[in-house]
Design a binder for this molecule. Structure first.
Ligand code: ATP
Length: 273
């Protein structure tokens, strides 16, 4: 479980985040959206322990975050810079296992297992620069998963991919989440994406001093499907509600209901206009 209590963040005199209080239960996929520059990436970097919180406290499974927790992995948008071009795909993925003291053969076997899972078993001996952008981001996801993190942070991971690749990776993420039960915090500027992948969507207000303006459980019937789910009236209603909050147009009362338990069927009907 991830807990943020009255977290504030500044760059110098510039206040970015104010009084962010949030509990993310184990196994939840939380999406964070908000206007450009409101502090989504700053929030993620603070949770990751890369920036110390100026105010408040953050705990992961009860332990205060004072540096990057061992149980945590991060995937950034810029896959091109996050992979080492001189290493093969398999060695990129195996790299985090070195710190765990696994022997070389074990590291390679584990990397190949994860690569198979993300649909890249045929690419293990290639180098990142020989792959498409979508394949490189699959490598970055594989590397994040190889240490079996309990908390996965993703900062606009599909933002620079074409629409088809993006949908494929959204579905890969959902499959990983369903199978592993990893707690995931997923930052995106894409409202549709947040509702499609999230169990819950949190919207931040524009800065300075961004706060949470909407905390919305995503209750959609059935297993998510790129065509069928996006056509559901429940999906359209949720998307409109998040869109209104991002644009500062007010929040429907259903948005405040039971946000920590964002699974199951959405019942509110949301009153979308
Ligand atoms: N290292 C830094 N030093 C000073 N200011 C920064 C730094 N990083 C970000 N900022 C500023 O903090 C604010 C929040 O930035 P952040 O990248 O967290 O927003 P964001 O919501 O993720 O933006 P976007 O949606 O455009 O990616 C912006 O005004 C940005 O210019």
């Amino acid at each position: 479980m991830l807990q943020l209590s009255a977290v504030g963040q500044h760059y110098g005199d510039h206040q970015i985040l104010h009084d962010i209080t949030l509990t993310v239960p184990a196994g939840q996929l939380l999406c964070v959206v908000g206007p450009s520059g409101c502090g989504k990436s700053t929030l993620l970097r603070t949770v990751a322990g890369l920036l110390p919180a100026h105010e408040g406290t953050i705990t992961v499974d009860g332990a205060p975050v004072t540096g990057v927790p061992d149980s945590l992995a991060v995937v950034f948008q810029d896959y091109g810079r996050s992979l080492f071009p001189w290493l093969t795909v398999r060695d990129n993925v195996a790299l985090p296992l070195r710190r765990r003291g696994l022997a070389r053969a074990e590291r390679r076997a584990e990397a190949e297992r994860i690569l198979d899972r993300v649909g890249l078993s045929g690419a293990a001996r290639r180098h990142p620069w020989q792959l498409s952008g979508g394949m490189q981001q699959r490598v970055a996801i594989a590397r994040a998963l190889v240490c079996r993190p309990t908390l996965l942070l993703m900062d606009e991971p599909f933002g620079s991919l074409d629409a088809q690749t993006r949908e494929d990776l959204e579905d890969l993420l959902l499959e990983v989440h369903r199978t592993d039960g990893t707690t995931i915090v997923f930052v995106t500027h894409d409202i549709d994406e947040s509702v499609y992948v999230g169990d819950r969507v949190v919207v931040l207000s524009p800065g300075p001093g961004s706060e949470i303006v909407l905390d919305l459980p995503v209750r959609l019937p059935g297993r998510r499907d790129q065509i069928a789910t996006r056509g559901l009236p429940e999906f359209v209603a949720l998307r409109a509600e998040v869109g209104r909050a991002v644009r500062g147009k007010g929040v429907h009362a259903a948005g405040k209901a039971d946000p920590a338990d964002g699974r199951g069927v959405h019942e509110s009907g949301s009153g979308v206009s």
